[in-house]
Design a binder for this molecule. Structure first.
Ligand code: ZN
Ligand code: ZN
Length: 402
């Protein structure tokens, strides 16, 4: 405490005039001096030295004496929520901030602490004792924002993130809920009142089971890319993170949720693991190569040997791919350079051929097969000199190293 006393001794207290300060507000003038003391203790130790009048505090008007009550208020507000970590934020009357800042300048102080910081810490300490949970400044589950002027608490409940890999076993299922184009989700004749283009989605199947465990006001599914609606997603599945907004409960029976998801017959996951918001950014940036199974019809029929020869030639050739005709109405018309990493014939049966292709992230495989009216060059169709129609497309693997 010697440093605090020394700092206080250097202040010309007569400049404070007749203003009264409480112990906390007095001590907080040296709040960043020394360690291991509360501001109230700092204030008590320099009060005699400063000869400051006792009375209604000129800075806080009694706020620092209400930390226990405010902590009770916050703890009650947190009661219905399940969480492990929290942080207190606060809104302090701007007039208080103005008063204390003017005093710092007036007295020429070098290490004062703002009241807001003290409120966050002192109320946080008391709330932590009451609810037996740890404050976490960096990544709290819940932030309780205390408005000290109105004794009002707003909660920001941070999302719950769960990661996994999904397999999509059925065609005609989008990755995320797809609102009806005509009614934009309200429900109309075209969508049979569902408001959706497709009855369900990977997101809806997974989220339904997780929401049952967690409650929450909404959800979002973040995928490492997405496959076409009519393509299955097989193999080890596609990495995803499910975000549950404002979950009531965070202790999820993940095994039970996975069992119910897998019983859908539409989507399968191997497991769900806790994740965080930062991982969503990394997931979205991943540029993993992907392997596909393609079943196509060639017109006229192409012998297997010719198909094999064409793939051998095409694998090393750089592909120039203009934005596909099917999406150019909603994306910029640009040309991207992509490469195949491998391609092989699985089998040929009359006009049907099955091939496996591994390509760089972002390659439009259907377009590479049929050529997209010359927008993708070279293409398998162009190389063979026949029309190629894609009948089935499946993603077999995502080479993300995970
Ligand atoms: Zn005060
Ligand atoms: Zn509709």
């Amino acid at each position: 405490m010697d440093e605090v006393v020394a700092a206080a001794a250097a202040v010309d207290w007569s400049k404070l005039a007749e203003r009264a300060l409480c112990d906390s507000c007095l001590g907080r003038l040296f709040g960043k001096v020394g360690h291991g003391h509360t501001n109230e203790e700092r204030g008590r130790s320099v009060r005699d030295l400063a000869e400051i009048r006792i009375g209604p505090c000129w800075i806080c008007d009694g706020l620092t004496g209400r930390y226990d009550d405010l902590a009770d208020l916050v703890a009650r507000r947190l009661e219905p929520w399940e969480f492990d970590t929290f942080r207190i934020g606060s809104k302090v009357d701007p007039e208080i901030a103005a008063r204390e800042e003017s005093l710092w300048t007036h007295l020429g102080l070098t290490g004062p602490e703002p009241l807001k910081a003290e409120v966050n810490r002192e109320v946080g300490k008391r709330v932590s004792e009451r609810i037996r949970k740890e404050p976490d400044v960096a990544r709290p589950d819940i932030v309780a924002v205390l408005d000290t002027a109105f004794d009002h608490v707003d909660l920001q409940v941070n999302p719950l993130y769960l990661r996994g890999r999904y397999r999509k076993l059925a065609r005609g299922v989008p990755q995320t809920r797809w609102p009806c184009r005509r009614c934009m989700g309200k429900g109309c004749a075209r969508c049979g009142g569902t408001g959706k283009m497709y009855p369900t989605s990977v997101e809806e199947v997974i989220a339904a089971e997780v929401m049952r465990e967690t409650g929450g006001t909404g959800h979002a599914l973040h995928g490492m890319g997405r496959e076409d609606v009519d393509a299955r997603m097989l193999g080890r599945g596609r990495p995803f993170i499910l975000e549950v907004k404002e979950p009531r409960r965070r202790r999820v029976d993940r095994v039970a949720a996975v069992d119910r998801i897998n019983a859908s017959g539409i989507v399968e996951v191997d497991g769900l693991m806790p994740s965080d918001g930062g991982a969503v950014v990394a997931l979205k940036e991943d540029r993993a190569a992907k392997s596909y199974r393609v079943v196509m019809r060639t017109t006229p029929i192409v012998p297997e040997a010719k198909l094999k020869g064409a793939l051998l030639v095409l694998v090393p050739e750089p592909i120039a791919q203009r934005t596909p005709g099917r999406v150019v109405h909603r994306r910029a018309d640009t040309t991207r350079a992509r490469r195949l990493l491998a391609a092989e014939v699985v089998g040929v049966d009359g006009d049907r051929a099955e091939i496996r292709v591994t390509a760089e992230a972002g390659t439009y495989i259907k377009e590479w097969v049929h050529g997209d009216g010359g927008r993708t060059r070279p293409s398998l169709s162009e190389r063979l000199g026949v029309a190629c129609e894609v009948l089935e497309l499946d993603v077999l693997d995502i080479h993300d190293g995970g």
